[in-house]
Design a protein around this ligand. Structure first.
Ligand code: GTP
Ligand code: MG
Length: 197
């Protein structure tokens, strides 16, 4: 396994226009609340406490920038699809996250995290398809694969890919990950290195 990367927290903002000023690449982490976005950032950094995680959904509420190797950035975003959120909270989320996704020039790829244990969820499929329609580059990251047997995982992944092929001619890149076992770490870092500047 590769050496631990240098990773630092930079900022937490509620308005994409207040994001840090730089010209390097950013890779954003998005997905339903509790899917494991913050845990995956920690896994890639080999650091448990870099991004704040919680077993209660709705932990990350702002746009959080982390700089890696004094060069590229991982961006932790608040989750969507949290059943208890009010209309005004959803509107706030929309403004903050969509503002970031649609306007951030440094954004190189959006990692959409989906729980590998679940059937394809409507909110995830809608989100993935909306990124595709907006021409925003994305990759799909299956999380928590440590919770499944190999067979269950293979079956869920092929089911997911078949579902996506209902809309997509060519599937986006996919990663199979676990913040527990560190599965997918090398593959994701290789992808990030390939596309970062
Ligand atoms: P919000 O910030 O609320 O949107 O959630 P998040 O997507 O950032 O999730 P977070 O990383 O806080 O993790 C949510 C819960 O899932 C925590 O209890 C984590 O310990 C657990 N978790 C995250 N990744 C994994 C994983 O790969 N395997 C297992 N078994 N649990 C995980
Ligand atoms: Mg989080």
């Amino acid at each position: 396994m590769a050496a631990q990367l240098k990773a630092e927290f930079i900022s937490s903002v509620a308005d994409y226009r207040k994001c840090p000023n730089h010209s390097n690449s950013e890779f954003a982490f998005i997905g339903r609340s509790n899917v494991g976005k913050s845990s995956l950032i920690n896994m890639l950094a080999d650091s448990k406490g870099l991004a704040k995680t919680s077993s209660t959904p709705g932990k990350t509420q702002t746009i959080n920038h982390f700089i890696f190797e004094e060069s590229w950035y991982l961006v932790d975003l608040p989750g969507y699809g949290y059943a208890k959120s009010s209309k005004s909270e959803r509107e706030k989320w929309d403004k903050m996250v969509k503002g970031y996704l649609q306007n951030r020039e440094q954004l190189t790829c959006v990692f959409v995290l989906v729980d590998s244990r679940l059937e394809p969820q409507k909110s995830d499929l809608e989100f993935i398809n909306s990124l595709g329609e907006s021409g925003i580059p994305l990759a799909i990251v299956f999380t928590k694969c440590d919770k499944l047997t190999k067979n269950q995982l293979q079956s869920n992944l092929s089911n997911y890919k078949n579902k996506l092929l209902g809309w997509w001619d060519e599937l986006p890149p996919t990663f199979i990950t676990s913040a527990e076992s560190k599965a997918g770490k090398d593959e994701m870092l290789e992808f990030i290195h390939k596309f970062s500047k």
